[in-house]
Design a protein around this ligand. Structure first.
Ligand code: MN
Ligand code: MN
Length: 466
């Protein structure tokens, strides 16, 4: 009896998949390391709420770590560290390998834009003696989640004389914050009959910015006048300057620990700054790699990656072509031999909403970094679908480096779906696969990740690039 059981137990252990919670696998000192790593990640989140702020943070860190701005034609040698700033909204960082560049690049690509509310070009108005901003939402949001929460404003305004000013208000203790109003339940009988998608409609995402009138009995729009007067005194701007501005309203919350055990982090913009931060930390620490290592922090993923800072544009290809030319080889040869981790988040299984994921193929909080072979929707439409050979290669690297990892599929078949930048990189003839952190409440103003998963992502990207 006993013997048979032991045989079955051993057999099961050797044959069955054996995924475990990282909290059970990791030693206490490793858990401590993960928690410590995440303290810096939280600080990064608090100062990098937009793509522009993330680039600013990245370039400062790159320069402090000896990376030099790359100029086409620059002579490069193994171990050299370079970066490229694409219009202040995207950045490429690279460490030149000791292998010839035609052997290819180990590339990690993450995005630094997140869903938010953008101001319209003519945003300021007064209605019933309240001043408000009109907005146009950016990326996939559930609009009702953006009402009745504190918002901060970030961005730039280019004035008529083309001088540029930077705006960041609502983050410091003591700063005012802003807000989209919602209706009180007492009077929401009709609103409550709307479906969830229409709970708050696009043109109802108006941000309250003031209520006190300019003291004058003659003129109209006194509240708007008072607000524009304040803005003029503070920033030297007039109403028309909003035409050449990019101002983003984002949740004013700071990143905080979640849970009595402090095992998770709640914050705005984990998608995809969690992969941006971990890939970026990995390249900062990347010393003398064999293959050239590269990290791209891209913009515009949440709107489909179009535009000259998004990954459907040619800037990454041009950058690699310039590098290749410097070594006397063709850019296409380098690309065809390159491999890429498309570093982006995946949905974590949520016990409150179990039906949207197929639980045998879902990603779970604390089960490590998620490897997603394919994304897309319906019959895998829109996916680049990594090959078995490439999945095998990544699996081996992760196992050899003791990375805790899992697989994940974005949702039940035919339920919905989505994509990442993986397909755009793969379309350059690069072997590409999605690898990232599982997220709860993705695309909400307050997303949640596990600290152990964040740390495993960092270790995974480090292992891939070194
Ligand atoms: Mn993403
Ligand atoms: Mn996203």
């Amino acid at each position: 009896m006993g013997k048979g059981n032991t045989d079955a137990k051993d057999l099961k252990k050797s044959l069955f998949s054996n995924k475990k919670n990282a909290g059970l696998i990791l030693k206490d000192d490793e858990i401590k390391k993960a928690d410590k790593f995440c303290e810096k990640y939280k600080s990064f989140l608090d100062v990098s709420k937009t793509e522009r702020e993330a680039v600013e943070y990245a370039i400062k860190s790159l320069e402090e770590n000896g990376f030099k701005e790359y100029k086409a034609g620059m002579e490069l040698n193994a171990g050299d560290k370079i970066y490229y700033n694409n219009r202040g909204k995207a950045v490429i960082a690279s460490v030149i390998g000791s292998d010839p560049i035609e052997n290819g690049i180990n590339l990690c690509v993450a995005h630094i834009d997140s869903p938010r509310l953008d101001l319209k070009q003519c945003p300021v108005y007064e209605e019933s003696e309240l001043a408000l901003f009109k907005t146009h939402y950016y990326g996939g949001i559930k609009k009702y989640q953006w009402a009745a929460i504190p918002l901060s404003l970030h961005g730039v305004i280019v004035k008529a004389d083309n001088t540029k000013i930077t705006i960041n208000i609502g983050e410091e203790e003591g700063d005012p914050v802003f807000c989209v109003n919602d209706l009180l339940p007492h009077l929401a009988v009709d609103q409550m009959k709307r479906n969830l998608a229409e709970g708050i409609k696009g043109e109802e995402l108006n941000i309250l910015i003031g209520s006190r009138p300019f003291k004058d009995d003659e003129i109209s729009e006194k509240v708007k006048l008072n607000i524009l007067k304040i803005l003029n005194e503070k920033y030297g701007i007039v109403e028309d300057d909003f035409i050449s501005a990019e101002i983003e309203a984002v949740p004013a919350f700071k990143a905080r620990d979640i849970g009595f055990d402090r095992s998770m982090i709640g914050a705005y913009g984990h998608d995809d700054r969690v992969c941006a931060y971990t890939t970026f930390q990995a390249i900062l620490k990347c010393k003398n790699p064999k293959k050239t290592a590269m990290v791209v922090l891209a913009d515009k993923e949440e709107t489909g990656s179009d535009g000259n800072t998004g990954l459907r544009s040619a800037y990454l290809k041009y950058f690699i072509e310039d590098l290749a030319k410097g070594f006397g080889v063709e850019g296409r040869t380098v690309l065809s031999n390159s491999e890429c981790l498309s570093a982006d988040v995946n949905a974590a299984f949520d016990p409150t909403f179990p039906d949207v994921l197929e639980k045998r193929n879902a990603a779970y909080i604390n089960y490590g970094v998620v490897v997603t072979k394919f994304t897309g929707s319906r019959g895998k439409a829109g996916t680049s679908d990594a090959s078995a050979e490439f999945v095998g290669k990544i699996r081996k690297i992760f196992n050899e480096n003791k990375i805790i990892w899992q697989t994940g599929e974005l949702g039940r078949v035919d339920l919905g779906g989505g994509g990442t930048v993986a397909a755009y990189v793969a379309n350059l003839d690069v072997d590409t696969i999605d690898v990232g952190v599982p997220v709860l409440s993705m695309h909400s103003p307050y997303e949640i990740v596990s600290k152990l998963d964040v740390y495993m992502a960092y270790k995974a990207f480090s292992a891939f690039m070194s």
